[in-house]
Design a protein around this ligand. Structure first.
Ligand code: AMP
Ligand code: MG
Length: 419
């Protein structure tokens, strides 16, 4: 197997002590090849999946020219410069076609969605016409072809409408249904295994002994991964014991596309994650110029990619959203632009920041005097998970940037809609 290190030329001048976030993401991207396997699923099951076929309509939608309004279908050439009286010869309803042909001086009562009767080309809405006995009087000022929806106006037979790699949303389900398709081919789900490491971790339900913390990282990971539509395999908590960790890594990497761990990735006495990743596979990098999240290892064991996230709960979430999310979406075969947008807002108060690392402060975007502003949630420690819960955005302070004055524009990434 070729080494992932060989494939990544963008790390040629890499400072092992402080890899920039953008470089790290570029390097990760260079290593990944999206999954190609696919499966056929019933249409409802396709929601949230990644399309593995182009959808090329075999029919026009709508299939026939039809009326966009309730009114009267007529021949535009019959209309006089002033009023025109036409004879009503029948009705066309949605699902009930007017079988006859409309001749000179005639019109047909028509409802929204009904097929345009043969011979007609224009619809006049009912509110505009006057009835005079069994004649229908059309006022002047009509336009040829008004209020008509044409066959193929939504989808054209033979013209691809959805491309392989598209994330399937509610509109796509409807669109596929409008073509009469009951099944669709999607990429297989990405398999992601994860575990938390740490001797201090207690599990929910167990009493908390001195020095212990309840393991929360597996729950935030569960939440973040669930929204990405991947297949989850939660391997629990693994103690800071090289033997147990090695077993966990071997098991996880044998059966998954991606393995995510938390904790044990820095240089403390009981930090075995990176060492083991390097022993069993290879590690591309493990220190990033960012805050929070400086220790984060990326590598590979066999065919599985590894993300060794930090232990601190906020750092887990930040590194997940800044690295893991996009990597997983890329691996899943998505070809649409899923990057989290960076918007600009005014800093409501000064922000502390030192140049030389990218910072992800937890922010609250709010509106004041008709303008969007952002403030931090307060305490920014990487163990303060409350800051993520209270925030509605990241304030992204660029690598080279120093402190920020009140009123300066800063970049924000909204949490809302983050999948
Ligand atoms: P580590 O990176 O293993 O040194 O962990 C850094 C910090 O994150 C320590 O204070 C840990 O107690 C905490 N931590 C590690 N894993 C978890 C977890 N699964 N849930 C909550 N806190 C954790
Ligand atoms: Mg630890």
């Amino acid at each position: 197997m070729t080494s992932i290190l060989q494939t990544v030329s963008c790390l040629d001048d890499y400072d092992p002590d402080a890899l920039r976030v953008d470089k790290a993401n570029e390097a990760v991207r260079a290593c990944l090849s999206p999954i190609t396997a696919s499966e056929s699923v019933a249409i409802r099951q396709a929601l949230g999946r990644v399309l593995a076929q182009d959808i090329v309509p075999s029919i026009n939608v709508p299939a026939h020219d039809n009326s966009a309004m309730d009114g009267y279908a007529l021949r535009f050439s019959d209309l006089q410069p002033g009023e025109t009286a036409l004879g009503e010869v029948g009705a066309a309803l949605a699902g009930r076609v007017f079988e006859g042909k409309v001749g000179a001086g005639e019109c047909v009562r028509i409802m929204t969605g009904a097929v345009m009767p043969a011979g007609t080309d224009t619809v006049v809405i009912q509110e505009l016409v006057r009835r005079d006995g069994n004649r229908v009087v059309i006022p002047p000022g009509q336009k040829q072809a008004q209020n008509v929806r044409y066959a193929g106006e939504d989808l054209k037979a033979g013209v691809a409408v959805l491309r392989s790699g598209k994330h399937i949303g509610p509109a796509d389900l409807g669109l596929i249904a409008s073509l009469g398709l009951g099944e669709v081919t999607v990429k297989r789900k990405l398999k992601v295994a994860f575990f938390a490491t740490g001797d201090e971790l207690a599990s929910i339900g167990a009493p908390l002994k001195e020095g212990e913390v309840y393991d929360s990282n597996r729950y935030t990971l569960h939440g973040m991964l669930s929204r990405l539509g991947v297949e989850l395999n939660d391997l629990g908590v693994v103690r800071d014991d090289p033997k147990l960790l090695e077993q966990a890594f071997r098991r996880a990497s044998a059966s998954s596309d991606v393995v995510i761990t938390t904790g044990g990735v820095s240089v403390g006495e009981a930090d075995f994650t990176r060492e083991l990743m390097a022993k069993l596979g290879e590690v591309l990098f493990w220190k990033i110029a960012m805050r929070p999240g400086r220790p984060m290892a990326f590598g590979r064991i066999g065919n599985a990619f590894l993300f060794g996230l930090p232990g601190n709960p906020v750092a887990v979430m930040v590194t997940f959203y800044q690295f893991v999310r996009d990597a997983l979406l890329h691996l899943s075969g998505r070809s649409d632009d899923y990057a989290i947008p960076l918007l600009k807002a005014k800093a409501a108060a000064p922000l502390r920041k030192v140049p030389g690392r990218t910072e992800y402060q937890r922010g609250v975007l709010f509106r004041e005097d008709g303008e969007w502003r952002v403030r931090t949630t307060g305490q920014q420690g990487s163990g303060v998970l409350r800051s993520m819960s209270e925030a509605n955005c990241f304030i992204v302070l660029e690598h080279a940037r120093g402190k920020v004055d009140a009123g300066e524009l800063v970049q924000v990434q909204l949490f809302e809609g983050l999948v």
